[in-house]
Design a protein around this ligand. Structure first.
Ligand code: PMV
Length: 326
């Protein structure tokens, strides 16, 4: 018997080694393994209720009915859960982010991680962390990484059963900060789901994939050994490689604004002067500046003074997704 209602919370994450391109679009089996850090303080909370009286799924996002597109994506995800639980009932889903959608943080990772936990429990399924990560992956690839704790590796795998994320170190392993530099609050023109489909049209994607495993292993080792210098080099290289693919795909994807490049160059100059900081950019113009806790206040102050910077949000390393008591 289904439990009917359940609620959950998840954090977004920032990828140190990026996921870009799918081997299987439908199942979201990625072209390469990736590695990220969960973002404390930013969260999505989601409540799911299956109800035999509902004629169709309902999705309320930040206290307003969601767009047609967002609702369709939630229904497609709930269909996966219904299939697993052999459940015909429609559901009402209410989801809330504590960060504004213009904050420069993609919400699909925290959204589908929280939805995976809440919907599966409400449907009466009992899933372990691996199975929850696999389920979250079906909504958004990066959501698989928001299920486990702290620093998380998503094993690309080859099929639905072996493509899931695992923690490589808990949140309290290393006191890093992500200083999220907002240079634009505009909604991105091409979302990541469409972007993944273009990856193979770039002549550089093959080279990016060929070296991805080695970069991931260097990154994982740097995290385990708390080696910031190695982490900085590999994080920046991997982000620049993904953007090289984006900019050279057909059609080309330019996510950067002039201020994006300004921040990237400033961070490199500060690092050359001995500050421990490195930068990474997702499918948007905003820059995530990663640094040890001890340097964060100085870095935030300097970032705020750069041209084109609207604001800087600061986040530490977050835990995994969890269920909430109703
Ligand atoms: O999970 P998606 O489909 O939103 O893709 C995420 C893509 C990047 O944020 C650009 C990279 C990553 O690994 O998070």
């Amino acid at each position: 018997m289904p439990k009917q209602s359940a609620a959950a919370m998840a954090h977004p994450n920032i990828a140190f080694i990026k996921y870009w391109g799918n081997r299987d679009r439908e199942l979201r089996i990625p072209a390469n393994s990736s590695l990220s850090m969960n973002l404390e303080g930013l969260e999505t909370k989601t409540l799911v209720r299956f109800d035999s009286e509902l004629a169709q799924d309902e999705f309320i996002l930040n206290e307003e009915p969601a767009s047609h597109e967002a609702a369709g994506r939630v229904t497609a995800f709930l269909d996966v859960v219904r299939g697993m639980a052999n459940l015909p009932e429609r559901a009402s889903v209410a989801s809330k982010n504590n960060f504004p959608s213009g904050a420069g943080v993609a919400s699909s990772a925290s959204a589908f991680a929280a939805l995976a936990l809440a919907a599966s429990r409400a449907a009466g399924l009992v899933l372990d962390t691996n199975a929850l990560s696999r389920l979250a992956r079906r909504g958004s690839g990066s959501a698989s990484r928001s299920v486990p704790d702290g620093f998380v590796e998503w094993h690309a795998g080859e099929n639905d059963a072996d493509s899931y994320a695992e923690s490589v170190a808990p949140a309290d392993h290393w006191a890093l900060r992500d200083c999220i530099v907002v240079v634009s609050e505009a909604h991105k023109a091409i979302g990541s789901s469409e972007g993944h489909d273009l990856a193979d049209s770039s002549p550089f994607q093959e080279a990016r994939i060929a070296g991805a495993q080695e970069r991931l292993e260097n990154c994982r080792r740097a995290i385990v050994e708390r080696d910031f210098a190695t982490l900085a080099d590999v994080v920046e290289l991997d982000s620049l490689m993904m953007h090289s693919v984006m900019m050279s795909s057909m059609p080309a994807l330019f996510y950067w604004e002039p201020a994006t490049l300004g921040v990237l160059k400033a961070v490199r100059a500060w690092r050359a002067d001995g500050l421990e900081a490195c930068a990474t950019v997702d499918a948007g113009p905003n820059v995530h500046v990663i640094c040890p806790e001890a340097q964060a206040s100085e870095i935030v102050e300097q970032l705020t003074r750069l041209p084109g910077v609207l604001r800087v949000l600061e986040s530490s390393v977050g835990g995994g997704a969890k269920w909430l008591e109703l």
